[in-house]
Design a protein around this ligand. Structure first.
Ligand code: PMV
Length: 346
């Protein structure tokens, strides 16, 4: 009987959406109610690193997150593992490949940033886990963003570097709901992303529960899905293509605003932005007014932390403004560019 021992280590960066994903039409397959678009950070920035060992010697699957053993029974994680294993089983030919199907995995995952800070840790986490598992199971020929999506929707976008669209798709089986790179990171030299950690507390309403309530109760979300996002997806791709920051920035800020307006339109309402978040909005707005043009753009996810997109020269000014007006946030401020690289074995 054949024995197996395989291992791989990979890392995947966080991504920051400029057209937000908010709402699922299928909660099990994680199929979204609208398409979304983001930039993936650089491998040198906020990222998850995952090692997977697969061995005939292990008696069970086990998982460690940031040094602590966690239960492997999480349904989304189980869905991911199951999907990878079924692909491996379709491909298994040799005795060694068949022995892989009976072996167990040990998965060790670490973030180089505080997990609880609401900084898209599930996006880099699932992207990285899926990519590393795929190496070990030899299934890298499959469109892996479809598996990352089942772990956490936004994770599918961290499977690629640069500018990435998650096309919602129309099929019920999710086969056409995957991520694709629209532009390389170096398409737009000098683009910078600043992350301002306003609070490192865990977010109050999880994205899953928040989306569920919004889909059931918000009329604004229905308008957003049918009328707003399709146009914005096209417009922001054009702005990126043309390297038109003023256009890009306005769409980015309007989309963040609408996402948080949907949260307020949800019943009962959800609040992710706090007073500091709102002060950041005002600071960026005043900066743009002073410049007479949109030179910086804020965006907020399902938490109070602010992300600012700007070109290098404007970002230098924004960075000093934030350290002046928000001194307590500066130690956790990241000042980085976007990536040229997709998740990579290391
Ligand atoms: O993938 P989730 O369940 O963590 O949802 C993320 C949703 C937002 O971060 C608010 C928007 C987005 O597109 O990333």
């Amino acid at each position: 009987e054949s024995k197996v021992n395989r291992q791989a280590t990979c890392s995947a960066p966080v991504n920051i959406a400029v057209i937000k994903y908010w709402g699922k039409r299928d909660e099990k397959l994680i199929l979204p109610t609208n398409s979304s678009l983001s930039a993936t950070l650089d491998q040198a920035d906020l990222k998850t690193t995952t090692s997977v060992a697969l061995s005939s010697e292990f008696d069970s699957d086990r998982l460690w997150l940031n040094g602590k053993e966690e239960s492997i029974t999480n349904p989304r994680l189980q869905n991911v593992l199951q999907k990878i294993r079924s692909l491996a089983s379709e491909r298994a030919q040799t005795d060694e490949e068949k022995a892989v199907l009976d072996a167990h995995v040990h998965i060790v995952s670490v973030n180089n940033f505080p997990t609880a800070a609401g900084l898209a840790s599930s996006a880099s986490g699932y992207a990285c886990m899926v990519y590393t598992l795929a190496q070990v199971y030899g299934v890298t020929d499959y469109e892996l963003s479809k598996i990352a999506r089942v772990g956490s929707g936004s994770a599918c976008r961290s499977m690629y570097g640069g500018w990435v669209a998650w096309n919602m798709g129309t099929r019920d089986d999710g086969d056409d709901s995957f991520a694709e790179q629209t532009h390389l990171a170096d398409h737009w030299p000098g683009m910078k992303i600043l992350i301002l950690v306003v609070s490192d507390r865990k977010k109050g309403t999880s994205s899953t529960s928040g989306m569920g309530t919004s889909v059931r109760t918000s009329e604004l979300l229905q308008h957003r899905i049918t009328e707003v996002v399709p146009k914005r997806m096209a417009a922001i791709k054009e702005a990126i293509e043309a390297r038109d920051f003023a256009q890009f920035g306005e769409i980015t800020m309007r989309d963040s605003n609408q996402f948080h307006a949907v949260c307020l339109d949800t019943y009962p309402p959800i609040f992710y932005m706090n007073d500091t978040s709102k002060a950041v909005v005002q600071m960026v707005t005043q900066y743009n007014t002073m410049k007479g043009e949109v030179k910086a753009a804020y965006t907020f996810d399902a938490g109070p932390n602010a992300v600012i997109y700007a070109m290098e020269d404007a970002m230098a000014e924004i960075a000093s403004l934030t350290s002046h007006f928000f001194p307590s946030t500066t130690p956790d401020t990241f000042f980085r560019g976007t990536t040229t690289a997709p998740p990579a074995p290391s």
